[in-house]
Design a protein around this ligand. Structure first.
Ligand code: SF4
Length: 141
């Protein structure tokens, strides 16, 4: 087992070394708590539990997890909440609004269908186009 617990008065932080990619989110977010030069390198009592929880939510791999000693549940990660909301909105749109939207989308979809040959390369090209469009959108915001 590669997971190690670091016990503090308010929280217990678990660290799974096999999942860590050393992206440094933890060290940048709470340098007093996560100090790679110190032994032990995680000191849970050097910050407020909620602050540590916020930093741990940014860990891209889930190498860090946290539990409160009093049984409090750490809030749902922002990214998961966002994904859940997007799926909910999409599901509502598909089941309730598609009929009304279909006439509006009919013409652009017809153009897309004419451009699409059905070959694998088309899927790759549309995927790349979508990723580039999303990238541009995020770069502008
Ligand atoms: S944030 Fe997570 S993945 Fe990144 S260095 Fe810290 S423990 Fe490792």
């Amino acid at each position: 087992m590669s997971t190690r617990d670091f016990e503090g008065k308010e929280v217990v932080i678990s660290y799974d070394a096999t999942r860590c990619i050393h992206a440094g989110e933890c060290v940048r977010g709470a340098p007093a708590v996560f100090d790679p030069e110190a032994r032990p390198w995680i000191a849970p009592d050097r910050a407020d539990g909620e602050q540590i929880a916020q930093v741990i939510r940014r860990c891209p791999t889930g190498a860090l997890t946290l539990r409160f000693r009093d049984g409090r549940v750490a809030e749902m990660p922002d990214a998961l909440a966002t994904i859940a909301l997007a799926v909910l909105i999409a599901a509502i749109g598909v089941y309730s609004g598609l009929g009304r939207v279909r006439p509006v989308l009919e013409r652009p979809l017809h153009i897309v269908r004419r451009l699409h040959s059905g070959h694998v390369g088309d899927y790759v090209a549309w995927l790349l186009f979508g990723v580039a469009a999303l990238g541009a959108l995020f770069a502008l915001t």
